[in-house]
Design a protein around this ligand. Structure first.
Ligand SMILES: [Zn+2]
Length: 141
């Protein structure tokens, strides 16, 4: 059993210590219950964590999320593409360690092009225009 001042200290230590790293309410309560007991522990720990400023700004569950706005559907192939890089692969014989990924949003055709991590935007766009011509809309992921 703990008095009120000790409860706050125990909760703070359980929540903010280097080992705890701002865990959720249930994990903090589970850890505290190994050594301490007080009535309404769940509510007091929950109230403490709701007041934690670091959790308030950094945990995704605390952020207000808006609705996704769907992109307009393309009406023909290669009108709109999405582009991204995948990488960190072992070096190829030509020194490539990344893939430049282009997906046509209309047909879902996916093109993978080997490239280097240091590819410039100019080279990337040159490559795209040479292969596919003018692309009206591109979505960088
Ligand atoms: Zn926290």
């Amino acid at each position: 059993m703990c008095c009120t001042g000790e409860r706050v200290n125990v909760t703070r230590e359980a929540h903010t210590s280097l080992i705890a790293r701002h865990f959720s309410v249930s994990k903090i309560v589970e850890n505290i219950q190994r050594y301490f007991y007080w009535p309404h522990m769940l509510e007091s720990v929950s109230r403490f964590i709701r007041g934690c400023s670091l959790c308030a700004v950094s945990k995704p569950s605390n952020r207000k999320l808006g609705l996704y706005t769907p992109l307009p559907m393309p009406s023909r192939p290669w009108e709109s593409v999405s582009m991204d890089f995948a990488g960190g692969f072992p070096l190829s014989r030509k020194g490539h360690d990344y893939l430049y990924v282009v997906v046509d949003r209309f047909s879902k055709v996916c093109i993978l092009m080997p490239c280097k991590k240091e590819i410039t935007v100019e080279k990337q766009l040159n490559f795209s225009f040479k292969m596919y011509g003018f692309i009206l809309d591109c979505l960088l992921l």
